[in-house]
Design a protein around this ligand. Sequence first.
Ligand code: FAD
Length: 393
Amino acid sequence: MSGTVDKQPVLIAGAGIAGLCTALGLLRAGIPVRVLEQAAELREVGAAVSLAPNATRALDSLGVGEALRAASNWPQRAAMKHYQSGAEMVAYDMGPEMERRWGSPYLQLLRADLHTVLVDELRRLDTTALQLGARVLGVSQDGDSVTVETAAGSFTGTCLVGADGVRSAVRAALYGDGAPDFTGYVAWRGVVPTDSLRNPDFTPDTAVFLGPQRTLLRYRVRGHTAVNVVAFARVESWADEGWSLPADRAELRASFAGWHPEADDMIEGLCRAGAFKWGLFGRAALPRWQQGRVSLVGDAAHPMLPFLGQGAAMAIEDGVLMARALVRGPDVETALACYERIRYPRATNTAKRADAHGLRIHQHLVTASADAPVPRDDFAEFDFDVATTPLDA
Ligand SMILES: Cc1cc2nc3c(=O)[nH]c(=O)nc-3n(C[C@H](O)[C@H](O)[C@H](O)COP(=O)(O)OP(=O)(O)OC[C@H]3O[C@@H](n4cnc5c(N)ncnc54)[C@H](O)[C@@H]3O)c2cc1C
């Protein structure tokens, strides 16, 4: 919609998953963007990511489906296993079965590889869109434009999309709702070379070990060569400096002592490969995201716990819908209101479901009776098609 964005670009703060997807959606429609990223060089950290069918469907609409598939693993089967016996408590087919049911695949890949797919496409569409070293310091707006002060200078655009993560400077400028809150979970994350494991031929390729107040997730990435391992624990508080630090191996081993040899293999693999310990931080939902010509996408708008594997998926969907709304117009403020009307309920509800699912799986072996059904994800998010959902609903 040419009336929405004329000569000025759409400014996007942050070149994470949400920011890059917003940029791709706009560039594909011929709308200029400026992506302002604080990092001096692009280096995605943090292991791997699972992309459910709603996320891969959305990425297909951005034209990166082929590169995405080439970089990904296609998990065939997933199970929840008992932390001591190793027995499968519940299992389901993934692979062709999932793709048949939802029309899009469930994929797993290194975050760095996803980032490369998105950045390569961005640079193919516009070599000048990305501005590195541009940490956002301040935001101001009037009736016609938004100006963003950054470490790399001042940028003016028709509107600003805050895609700068859970510690968003844009959100702080709009709402000043302080630092994020510790959620009560820590996660040790790392990528373990398969050939360093005692049993490299473990099955199924995707599993969650369920223990009291602890879970351990593992899945293959980069073919058969590596395993993404994430060990979660519920704890009282986060006393460490910062929000991620090299793992203390003794603490990690003690937290998962007595677990089944297959889970222990992963913990020892993490210790050898070098894991990071992350505090998981969140925020209370904002009453709204938009203020005039500025709005929020991804973790800046709605950080969520990772227990449904939907944080990146919501960031991708946000980007696709933000671009669709801005392309349609008829003006920036109407477009941002349309984006929020569609995305706010879906993302807020998913964040609530991720909270509840996290509690259920961490408390199952603490509070449930022996014959209680194992809490499993009902895949309620998978159906949604953000590229075709009506904007006028
Ligand atoms: C342990 C764990 C496992 C997870 N697993 C999954 C999973 O399997 N599937 C899934 O869908 N989701 C998963 N998630 C969630 C997912 O990683 C996030 O929801 C997603 O990365 C959010 O993307 P984003 O682009 O909004 O934010 P980010 O990825 O945080 O990107 C923000 C970007 O903004 C930049 N930035 C920050 N501040 C500024 C500033 N002031 N100025 C300019 N730039 C700035 C940052 O450098 C960064 O590039 C997981 C999360 C965790 C913690």
